[in-house]
Design a protein around this ligand. Structure first.
Ligand SMILES: [Cu+2]
Length: 186
């Protein structure tokens, strides 16, 4: 049973991501910051009024070549979607600055398969963040960083079978701006 998000909760959630990551300060004179943070929210189908359709917002964003990019995903999804078959290696964090991600501030290199709700995977950048299950009625914050070394448009996918259909790969999983989107590096 999901509780509605109160204004107070929303305010706390807005503040939480800032506390969870330390920013590299950039000179006011610099035209392009050396470090950017992309904030994403992962909401359940119930929350977006489309049951069975979990969604990540903002699903697509743009960074500059050479920037260190911190991806921070606040997930409210308390449902598991264990990885299957060839996707099982996506339980391992890959392509981050130190080979790890932070889950509520704690560094981890992998998430046990039974605890996976989603993944944020950018194959073209070799970047993978497994997203663990959030506590019911709560949320988790998952953070990882990479350096944008090459320009291009890189599609990301979730590889956990969190969608509809017999294999969980239809519906949200195959729809742009739900469980897939684009990372643009200019
Ligand atoms: Cu997913």
């Amino acid at each position: 049973m999901k509780r509605p998000i109160t204004t107070l909760t929303a305010l706390l959630l807005a503040a939480a991501p800032l506390a969870a990551v330390s920013l590299t300060s950039t000179s006011a004179a610099a035209a392009t910051p050396t470090h950017v943070v992309e904030h994403m929210r992962l909401i359940t189908g119930k929350m977006d009024h489309k049951p069975g359709w979990p969604k990540i917002t903002n699903a697509s964003w743009t960074v500059q070549k050479g920037q260190t990019v911190t991806v921070q995903i606040v997930s409210f999804d308390d449902g598991t979607a264990p990885l299957m078959g060839k996707y099982m290696p996506y339980a391992n964090v890959k392509g981050t600055l130190n080979g790890k991600e932070l889950v509520n501030g704690k560094p981890v290199a992998n998430v046990s398969d039974i605890n996976i709700a989603h993944t944020f995977t950018v194959p073209g950048l070799g970047f993978n963040m497994p997203i663990p299950v959030a506590p019911t009625g709560g949320h988790i914050v998952v953070t990882a960083s990479f350096v944008a070394k090459k320009t291009g448009t890189f599609v990301w996918h979730c590889y956990a079978p969190c969608g509809s259909g017999t294999n969980g790969m239809a519906g949200a999983m195959s729809t742009m701006s739900w469980m897939t989107g684009e990372v643009h590096v200019k």
